[in-house]
Design a protein around this ligand. Structure first.
Ligand code: SF4
Ligand code: SF4
Ligand code: FES
Length: 363
């Protein structure tokens, strides 16, 4: 969208008594967060279109009778906003108490997903475990869904629809949707089936945006009983050339899961099924630790690097001597670092004098 000079001009409003600037098009929540206000949110994910479903982010705007959702309300010049009045805080606490009353549990293992602690931390911040409300529970878990990656534990669902929206807006997949209303509201796939039978690509984005852990990473949860704290290490996914940023989750020496980096410049929280879930190879008992060469018996045998490299060089030489240099073709692994890719093309171009070099990075 091309903005006119007037559109992009900095405008002013009053936020909790302070004059603050904003750019046309920004929401009150965006302005408030930039100013350091801690407005609680549950249905908001900054990567998604504002939704206005949970009402936790309400604020008072002078001249407007009822509180408004700050995530869907655009900032206006001269607007006077109060983000933390007594009635507003009481209203937020009431909403959280109601949500607590209809969920099976609040405290979930952080291995369930990136955002899984959001609900519990807000409940604690507002002291909302009061037990004032008791009654029906909403959502029915689909524990019969035997897909290997995603636990669908909807007893913990608060109907924020972040999963549905991230699937549609970020992944473009529309694999999940909402059926029924009120306490009967249920996140579902087409024909209420299993994820394996839906359009799901198992990108895991719904898991990572779920603020209650209702959607959970089954593979990571297997490590829930392992002792020790979860340690995160920022790195780049090794699968292809896109360069998605990830946080590797470890407990002690064991790799237990992966969180997408929400601030990763190449992926902004998105991953594919391989980057999200296919990390078993790292610690797999059958992972190759030494080079193998095929013996006279036709079987592969462990050997040292010098022997393996000599064997490979002899094979290349035989092919070139027999069929000419254009008979050789190299494909660099997308998992290799840039330095290794550079050496590989140098080996092909300068070593063999050909340009038969490609890579597998177009995953
Ligand atoms: S894993 Fe990805 S594709 Fe599947 S339902 Fe979740 S967001 Fe949609
Ligand atoms: S499953 Fe999670 S993300 Fe989806 S609506 Fe329920 S609480 Fe929200
Ligand atoms: S965060 Fe604004 S209504 Fe949910």
């Amino acid at each position: 969208m091309i903005m006119s000079t007037t559109d992009s001009q900095q405008q002013h409003m009053v936020l909790d008594g302070d004059d603050v600037g904003f750019t046309s098009g920004e929401t009150v929540l965006q302005v408030a967060e930039r100013e350091g206000k801690k407005i609680p949110t549950l249905c908001n994910d900054p990567r998604l279109e504002p939704f206005g479903g949970c009402r936790l982010c309400v604020v008072e705007v002078e001249g407007i009778a009822n509180p408004v959702a700050s995530c869907t309300t655009k900032a206006e010049p001269g607007m006077v906003v109060h983000t933390k009045t007594e009635p507003i805080e009481a209203y937020r606490k009431l909403l959280l108490e109601l949500l607590v009353s209809e969920n099976r549990e609040v405290d979930v293992d952080a291995l369930r997903g990136y955002a899984s602690q959001e609900f519990a931390s807000l409940v604690d911040r507002y002291g909302a475990r009061t037990g004032r409300f008791v009654g029906s529970k909403s959502g029915s878990s689909r524990l019969d869904d035997d897909n290997p990656f995603i636990l669908r534990d909807y007893d913990l669902c608060i109907s924020c629809y972040r999963c549905v929206r991230v699937c549609a807006e970020q992944e473009g997949d529309y694999a999940i949707s909402v059926m029924n209303r009120g306490f009967g509201t249920q996140i579902t796939t087409e024909f209420n089936g299993l994820l394996n039978d839906s359009a799901c690509t198992f990108c895991g984005q719904c898991v990572q945006t779920c603020p209650t852990g209702a959607l959970a990473d089954k593979k990571a949860l297997k490590a829930a009983e392992l002792p020790g704290a979860i340690h995160k290490t920022r790195t780049t996914c090794a699968y292809c050339g896109v360069g998605c940023s990830v946080d590797i989750l470890t407990k002690g020496e064991t790799m237990v899961g992966i969180h997408p980096a929400m601030d990763g410049p190449a992926n902004l929280g998105a991953l594919c099924v391989k980057g999200q879930f296919a990390f078993d190879f790292v610690q797999h008992e059958e992972r190759l630790q030494t080079p193998l060469v095929r013996g006279e018996d036709g079987e592969l045998h462990e050997t040292d690097w010098d022997t393996a490299l000599d064997r490979a060089a002899a094979g290349f030489k035989r092919a070139v001597d027999t069929y000419g240099r254009h008979s050789v073709y190299a494909v660099a692994s997308g998992r290799a670092p840039s330095e290794a890719a550079y050496i590989m093309q140098k080996f092909v171009r300068a070593g063999w004098g050909i340009n038969n070099i490609d890579n597998c990075s177009r995953a």
